[in-house]
Design a protein around this ligand. Structure first.
Ligand SMILES: [Zn+2]
Length: 264
């Protein structure tokens, strides 16, 4: 993605992880987000003669942090991450509303627990090119959301509500390529959502030529991602029918939807 002087590139890692790299205007320095492995990042930097300035961690899972040690062997840089993380590699402990400057651009920390207790997202509060950006980790995916490994459905619902309030032209950079599987589930929930069906075709084309489906625009997620649409009649009625729920409060619908996806 070309921004005003900045650029974001991706390294595909492990089976379906994305390691995002935030590069400065003259392509001399970079921050890396959630390095699940070191070797791929080191060779990427070396090939381009780009220096590493820092490491951003969204949460403690090994597929997002395993590369930190290897990177620190080669670069003496800060490791940003959640203040309450069990990952002991984090040197700059962050919490809600902390402000950061990366390559002269302002970023804000948003706490988004649910997938894990220690999950944060990094939001650019300045317009970046035509868009804001969010490094979302494993909280929001293309067409879906993270599994609940540590947090409760209520926490995850609250976290997604925070993301929903961001500007609609926010580009979502997630930690995994799960979009097609998520959209298959979404279509089973909302078979009459034309925007969703069109998105599936667009993203299928990208995957057929091995292109990432990410980043995706928040406006598209709001129109197609069932986990952001639990106030929508079509999502409510699908969940109520499946689980025989009478309660249609948003949080109850969200919790049932998340359980449904786990067994889909
Ligand atoms: Zn994770």
């Amino acid at each position: 993605m070309k921004g005003i002087g900045l650029d974001i590139e991706v390294i595909k890692s492990l089976s379906d992880n994305y390691i995002w790299i935030l590069i400065n205007y003259d392509k001399s320095a970079a921050f890396v987000v959630d390095p699940g492995e070191a070797s791929a990042v080191l060779s990427w930097l070396k090939k381009r003669k780009i220096k590493l300035l820092g490491i951003l961690i969204t949460h403690h899972h090994p597929d997002h942090t395993m590369g930190v040690k290897g990177l620190l062997n080669c670069y003496d840089v800060p490791v940003y991450g959640p203040h309450n993380s069990p990952a002991n590699c984090i040197t700059e402990k962050l919490q809600e509303n902390d402000d950061l400057i990366f390559h002269g651009k302002k970023f804000r920390v948003i706490e988004v627990p649910g997938h894990t207790h220690d999950h944060i997202a990094y939001f650019s509060s300045q317009i970046f090119g035509a868009n804001h950006i969010l490094f979302a980790g494993d909280t929001l995916f293309g067409g879906g959301c993270g599994r609940l490994f540590e947090g409760t459905a209520q926490q995850m619902y609250g976290s997604l509500e925070k993301i929903k309030e961001l500007p609609q032209n926010t580009l979502i950079y997630s930690g995994h390529e799960y979009t097609l599987a998520n959209l298959n589930f979404a279509i089973s929930i909302e078979p009459n959502n034309d925007t969703l069906k069109q998105r599936y075709l667009n993203d299928l084309q990208k995957r057929n030529v091995n292109q990432p489906t990410l980043p995706s625009l928040l406006s598209l997620e709001l129109a197609t991602n069932p986990f952001l649409r639990v106030k929508n009649d079509s999502v409510i009625s699908a969940v109520r029918e499946k689980f025989n729920i009478n309660d249609d409060s948003e949080y109850v619908i969200f919790e049932a939807l998340r359980k449904w996806k786990d067994i889909f």
